[in-house]
Design a protein around this ligand. Structure first.
Ligand code: ADP
Ligand code: MG
Length: 634
């Protein structure tokens, strides 16, 4: 062998083409062929014709039929991107990123060039971008700088059935601009059959149906309710793995913590199974998962192994993972709910709707017959689940939306064209909250503070906190001790913080810094005067105050309710007398997450319009409190 090789000049023997390049070409060709196998492909011409004939089109097609990845490409191929961008909204950040990545691959272009995405705190687009995937919230913010969306030729409001708050508001805004921008095409696409409702809302827009391909799905219920669905999910996954023919498993969970727990337990238990059992590859997917790891769920499963995807609701309709044959559905999801009477919002684990359960089951029958294991009884399904989920607009704090609409010049919120109007009580509460935060004046008009707050893509309480940092001269504080160590990893370990979280914090901070400059707030520092930082936080979050009880529980000051400090908090052992919390999460108890210690007199100093002496009485006995009237002077 050696003698044959001798004297051979390898370079001359190689094909002149770069081998990497030809591999890329083959992959691209393969992707092109794959595109043609999607259910939407035979309807390409008809669909383009319908878009040409109508300004607004409602598109319905089962998940995985190719709506999100293909329609914008068809529009591009038909020339729509010559007149402006094609924008496609997604309710979820991960979906926007992942779909944009896929489309850029299919088109053989670099992500961020012709195909890009834009999500909060991350803009992956450029001058070149003609197809833009973005969260619905980001498009909403674009209205602030471009009220007629002049840079777009088509807007596709995708996953319309999700009915997120931002999507619902977008409906009203795009419907409005479509009246005077006759050249703007609007596509409303949905995975479920409530298309009539969208059509009615958009002045009887025609409905384009993409027939799906679906295989039968065998549904299994449990015979008795499960006490612990986490445990039941783990057992079910292992049973499928050991007893069922090849095919990947998809498990629906409610959030990152749950996914991480199950991930660990599954890893531990499969280690003990021995080599006779096939390998089980565990792939988590949730919003905060780093991008590199997100891509892993789409990698084909190696021969002889089985993949189990641990996902949040994101895998219900937003993302399609090929190869799933088994679905495990515990029947829960996490939703935000708001009580307009108390003004309190909490993140709750709730039973899903029948429509969701159906969607989840359907994920197993996309490429062949599937099986769905529901971890609840048939009786539960029939009697305890609602038909459809309540749209977010009817169960959320509207302060953010009201602030955005006000800054768009929409003052008459009662007559805004909502598909399903929010409860008037919730609208009123939002106005009250914005007034208390000094974002609106007594006539309901935006104040200077409110205008500044609207610039920040944050909840009004957070943006008020940031704007208030000007007054307390602490806009720089937050994370300086990390910066002083030159962003060291060691510092993160010593302080029990994930490096990844700090890096993300740095990115977000950079952007917020840019926004501070826009609203003309100078970065200032008080040399670590912690009280100043706490006061700035209190300026935004004074609604969220709580006082320690003899029992070790806390009571919220306004609308008394019993709450506890989350055990993961550094203050859980300390139990300060007064605290401010960031949010309430109901798990086994109503927990306050992210807590700071508060001096009760600050409540009167900072929010005299909201708190009276009697609210902070026990403090009054020991300290003389400043008396205030009217609103905080900021
Ligand atoms: P729909 O929007 O109708 O639910 P999609 O356009 O999202 O359908 O999906 C079409 C196909 O593209 C599916 O087979 C899906 O598996 C594939 N796909 C979508 N995103 C990715 C991705 N990031 N990586 C690999 N395949 C993907
Ligand atoms: Mg889609």
């Amino acid at each position: 062998k050696e003698s044959i090789m001798d004297g051979v000049n390898y370079k001359d023997e190689m094909p002149s083409e770069d081998p990497d390049d030809s591999i890329a070409k083959t992959a691209l060709h393969k992707l092109k062929e794959e595109r043609k196998t999607l259910p939407i492909y035979p309807y390409r011409e008809q669909l383009l014709q319908a878009v040409q004939d109508h300004q607004v089109l409602v598109i319905v097609g089962e998940t995985g039929s190719g709506k999100t990845t293909q329609i914008p490409q068809y529009l591009h191929e038909a020339g729509y991107t010559k007149r402006g961008q094609v924008g496609c909204t997604q309710p979820r950040r991960v979906a926007a990123m992942s779909v944009a990545a896929r489309v850029s691959q299919e088109m053989g272009v670099k992500l961020g060039h012709e195909v890009g995405y834009s999500i909060r705190f991350e803009d992956c687009t450029s001058e070149k971008t003609i197809m833009k995937y973005m969260t619905d919230g980001m498009l909403l913010r674009e209205f602030l700088s471009e009220p007629d969306l002049a840079s777009y030729s088509v807007i596709m409001v995708d996953e319309a059935h999700e009915r997120t708050l931002s999507t619902d508001i977008l409906f009203g805004l795009v419907k409005d601009i479509s009246r005077f921008r006759k050249d703007l095409k609007l596509l409303i696409s949905s995975a479920t059959l409530d298309a009539e409702k969208f059509s009615d809302y958009f002045d009887s827009a025609p409905i384009f149906k993409i027939p799906g391909r679906r295989y039968p799905v065998e549904i299994h219920f449990t015979t008795a309710p499960e006490a612990d669905y986490i445990d039941a999910a783990i057992v079910t996954v292992l049973q499928i793995h050991v007893t069922q023919p090849p095919g990947d498993i998809l498990v629906f969970l409610t959030g990152q913590e749950e996914i991480e727990t199950i991930d660990e337990i599954l890893k531990h238990r499969t280690r003990g199974l021995g080599t006779k059992i096939a390998e089980l590859i565990i792939c988590p997917i949730y919003a905060n998962l780093p991008t590199e790891l997100q891509a892993k769920i789409f990698e084909p499963t190696p021969e002889g192994a089985r993949k189990v995807v641990l996902a949040t609701n994101i895998a219900e309709t937003s993302l399609t993972i090929d190869g799933i044959k088994y679905v495990v559905d515990p029947g829960f999801c996490k939703i935000k709910s708001f009580n307009p009477r108390t003004g309190m919002e909490s993140l709750l684990v709730n039973p899903i709707s029948k429509a969701s359960a159906m969607q989840r089951a359907g994920r197993s029958g996309r490429t062949g017959p599937g099986k769905c294991f529901r971890l609840y009884t048939a009786y539960n399904f029939q009697n305890d689940l609602d038909d459809n989920a309540v749209p977010e607009i009817q169960r959320t704090n509207l302060a953010n939306v009201v602030l955005t609409l006000k800054s768009l010049g929409i003052n008459d919120l009662v007559n805004f064209d909502f598909m399903d109007p929010p409860p008037s009580e919730a609208l009123l509460k939002a106005l009250e909250q914005l007034y208390a935060l000094n974002a609106l004046n007594s006539r309901g008009e935006l104040t200077k503070t409110g205008r500044r707050m609207a610039e920040f893509p944050l909840d009004p309480m957070l943006s008020k906190m940031i704007v208030a940092s000007e007054k307390y001269k602490c806009s720089e504080e937050v994370y300086n001790s990390w910066k002083e160590t030159n962003y060291s990893t060691q510092w993160c370990y010593e302080n029990y913080i994930q490096v990844r979280s700090m890096k993300r914090a740095r990115d977000i901070r950079d952007q917020l810094e840019g926004l501070l400059e826009r609203v003309e707030i100078e970065p200032t520092s008080n040399l670590s005067d912690l009280d100043a930082v706490k006061k700035a936080i209190t300026s935004g979050f004074f609604h969220h105050s709580a006082k320690l009880q003899k029992t070790g529980a806390y009571k919220t000051v306004k609308n008394p309710q019993t709450v506890y400090i989350h055990p993961s908090s550094g203050l859980a052992e300390v139990l300060p007398r007064w605290v401010i919390y960031h949010e309430l999460v109901l798990t086994t108890k109503e927990y306050m997450r992210q807590v700071i210690e508060l001096k009760p007199e600050w409540l009167i100093e900072i929010a005299p319009h909201f708190y009276q002496m009697k609210d902070v009485e026990d403090a009054a006995a020991t300290k003389k409190l400043p008396r205030g009237k009217g609103r905080a002077a900021d």
